[in-house]
Ligand binder design. Structure first.
Ligand code: F6R
Length: 367
């Protein structure tokens, strides 16, 4: 059942080239420049296109996918997006109503916090789109329309393949709206379709880093704390990397926007603190290089996820993990892979049951 892998988590990490392909199948036709989302059509496609505001509601890893989607959708569609923790959104009497489209993101489709949040927003007149993995789940059924992530059953408690599937599906939604709104050039649209098409292969390449990441894990497994930093599209990737490490290895880890570090967390940095930078080549690159220099100046240990062929960061960092180049909009799908592997290997090296971390349940059906 684990397909020859030691754990479901590792199996699911390695399934990602296939699961991402499945998320795109029947939807993306890059060759002919076409994109179809059968679950968001006609009336709902129009409501989404004309939305005053899109509110993404989710918890945990799914909330991180939502943060990346905020960056994607605002850039592509010029529609204002807010990302809310479901549990906070539900109870703070938010302003919501007609003209608002809520995207509920949930692997299980059963998360109580997310479910009750959308129930009340629906009563107030909002349109609900579900981005769920489990077909026929409560959130999927409550939604007016939506798109399944098609990642297949996720058994490991820590979410991995569901996250990358969410990113891909949310990107498809953003592209579809942008195309219909006319907020994207034909050239950029086609380029991003091609980039999406190439993702499964690039993820397969990133998975070849497994042994290299394991070596990094062995080197840092006894650290007490970790800091994860990224900017732009890679900022939520840093949050997700930190969450994975906390869940699986019980090491305290914090994710931060790299530039925020100087407003506080930099006080933590000394020779014992590993700092993971998600620093692939994008429009923030020069800025993140200076953030790495700031950490090195304080003797922090830098583990950097960089784009293949990077020489600048390679000279600064203590450990470097090179991933295939990709447009910054889809880069998180690839840069997250080594972070999943890092958490996995540290957890296993510390002797923990990575498929069933203590205190956690696969779907959290209590508020
Ligand atoms: C993290 C994790 C949790 C879930 C969260 C939401 O690895 O699994 O943070 O992401 O409980 O669950 P879903 O997506 O099922 O609503």
């Amino acid at each position: 059942e684990k397909g020859g892998y030691d754990h479901f988590m590792l199996k699911e990490i390695f399934e990602q080239p296939q699961t991402i392909f499945d998320s795109l199948r029947g939807r993306l036709d890059a060759k002919n420049g076409q994109l179809t989302l059968g679950g968001i059509r006609d009336e709902y496609a129009d409501l989404l296109k004309n939305a005053n505001r899109i509110i993404i509601v989710a918890c945990g890893t799914s909330w991180h996918a939502g943060l990346i989607a905020e960056y994607m959708i605002e850039e592509l569609c010029r529609t204002p997006v807010e990302v809310e923790y479901a549990s906070e959104f539900r109870y703070r009497n938010p302003v919501v109503g007609k003209g608002d489209v809520i995207i509920a993101v949930s692997q299980s489709g059963e998360t109580a916090d997310t479910l009750v949040a959308i129930e009340s927003a629906k009563q107030q007149g909002a349109i609900i789109l579900g981005v769920c993995n489990v077909v026929g789940s409560s959130i999927a059924r409550l939604s007016h329309a939506g798109a399944y992530t098609h990642a297949g059953p996720e058994i490991g408690v820590a979410s991995t393949k569901a996250f990358t599937a969410q990113l891909v599906v949310l990107c498809l939604i953003g592209l579809k709206v942008a195309k219909e709104k006319g907020t994207i050039t034909q050239q950029r649209f086609q380029h991003l379709l091609d980039e999406l098409q190439d993702i499964p292969e690039k993820v397969a390449t990133a998975l070849k880093l497994n042994e290299a990441v394991k070596a990094v894990a062995a080197k840092y497994k006894d650290a007490r704390d970790f800091l994860y930093l990224g900017r732009g599209y890679n900022f939520p990737v840093a949050l997700e990397g930190a969450l994975k490490l906390k869940e699986i290895s019980y090491i305290h880890a914090e994710g931060y926007p790299a530039a925020e570090m100087k407003h506080g967390p930099i006080a933590l940095v000394d020779e014992n603190l590993p700092v993971v930078f998600v620093a692939t080549r994008d429009s923030y690159y020069e800025k993140i290089v200076s953030n790495i220099q700031e950490i090195k100046a304080r003797k922090g240990k830098v583990i950097a996820i960089v784009t293949e062929g990077d020489t600048t960061i390679s000279e600064l960092a203590d450990d470097v993990i090179e991933v295939p180049a990709a447009d910054e909009l889809v880069a998180p799908v690839i840069s997250t892979i080594p972070l999943q592997l890092l958490a996995y290997h540290i957890g296993v090296l510390k002797g923990y049951d990575v498929d069933k971390p203590r205190n956690l349940a696969k779907s959290v059906t209590v508020e």
